[in-house]
Design a protein. Sequence first.
Length: 277
Amino acid sequence: METYRLNTDRTPYISFPVLEGFDWLCHGCSTRLGGVSTGIHGTMNLGFQNGDRPEAVYENYNRICSAIGVEPESVVHAKQTHKDKIRIVTSEDKGKGFNRERDYDDIDALITNESGLTLTILTADCVPVFLVDPIKRVIGLVHSGWRGTVQRIAAKTVRCMQETYDSKPSDMIAVIGPCICWNCYEVGEDVAEKFRSEFGDKVFQKISHSEDSRYAGGKPHIDLAEAIVQSLLETGLKKSSIIQSRCCTSCNSDLLFSHRVTQGKRGTLASFLALKG
């Protein structure tokens, strides 16, 4: 099954076939291609806080939003700090983090049932999780790094959608977007133990490849995506409704920004999810 599609007709972006059938939905993930940023930010940098020229970032938003089918002014950014707080987004939030100041902090997930608002998160190895309730027409977008994954932020977002909009997990679709894969995600023993304690051995491996110095000595690696899948299943989502894109930011660093590959000298990807107006 095709889990993701690289659209190259206009500004390149990644979409997910499982969500493309909903004509009331706009979604997509940026790549590092098709923008005007230069140097380490080249070319489609969508982060305002990493030293890029603001005018270049605004032009990049114009291009990627046009390709996906949303208005840049509809963008609502989270304020990511690797926590587990969720914001219920309304029309009052339109433009926050893009052309308006945010009056909130420590927000790593956004949910809404209002059209004309484009939920937006930023990543460069962390996991973007798209949540869609096609029955109630409710959406959520989650930023889940290792800290957020241990805190089960994706599962907490599902429960927030239940409590706020009466969504049923069994009706929902989850898509795990481009992120670092387990083979590329070496961590310290302390982080590995947190994951093993929280999720079991299935998300934890020690890899020793003598031909690859990165893995010499059996370094611990964790599977962020699989841990998120486990947490979503616990909420009542159907396994068949959880789609992993299996598109690794590190393995595909020519297409996507990866914090690990560049050692932090990079641009920033964005994921977008909106109910059409």
